[in-house]
Design a protein around this ligand. Structure first.
Ligand code: HEM
Length: 133
């Protein structure tokens, strides 16, 4: 059975892998390959959503108390809250990014700045700010 620390480690790996995909999509964009940027980001979107759904299932249905050790430590809880300040808005913005990209809306570029900040914050506070052992 998974424990909370293992699950956080797996989530860190997932965020790192997803970040590599996002960087590759930006490299494609820089090379003028807009379609490739969209295709990589479709994979990025599906990977992040699958991770989130799997994570929520474990958290809410399989082992609801798995993160009690974080909630009981005020210092760790504060770090988790900071992480969620980035992670929740970036998850909400993700479908909007996919839609505005495929629909070729000009707002996609403006939202990209916000998404870039939110994702960077999610990755840094998740990978370096949360405990995994
Ligand atoms: C974070 C930095 C990002 C930047 C700077 C960026 C920028 C762009 C730009 C300049 C385009 C060309 C279309 C246009 O002129 O508006 C584009 C297209 C697109 N983007 Fe992004 N984007 C980013 C992130 C994302 C993300 C996170 C997604 C999806 C999850 C995404 C999905 C798409 C899609 C689907 C297209 C259309 C590709 C096509 O025409 O086939 N982008 N993006």
């Amino acid at each position: 059975m998974a424990n909370g620390a293992n699950l956080i480690l797996a989530l860190k790996a997932a965020v790192a892998l997803a970040s590599v995909l996002l960087i590759l999509s930006l490299v494609a964009l820089g090379a003028g390959k807009v379609r490739l940027h969209g295709q990589i980001n479709l994979v990025f979107f599906l990977a992040v959503m699958a991770t989130l759904v799997g994570f929520e299932v474990v958290l809410r249905m399989v082992q609801p108390g798995i993160y009690d050790w974080i909630r009981q430590d005020p210092h760790l809880l504060a770090r988790l809250r900071v992480h969620l300040c980035f992670a929740i808005p970036s998850a909400l913005l993700l479908p909007v990014m996919l839609y505005t990209g495929f629909a070729k809306k000009s707002v996609h570029r403006k939202l990209a700045v916000l998404f870039g900040i939110l994702w960077t914050g999610t990755a840094i506070t998740g990978i370096f700010g949360l405990p995994h052992g």
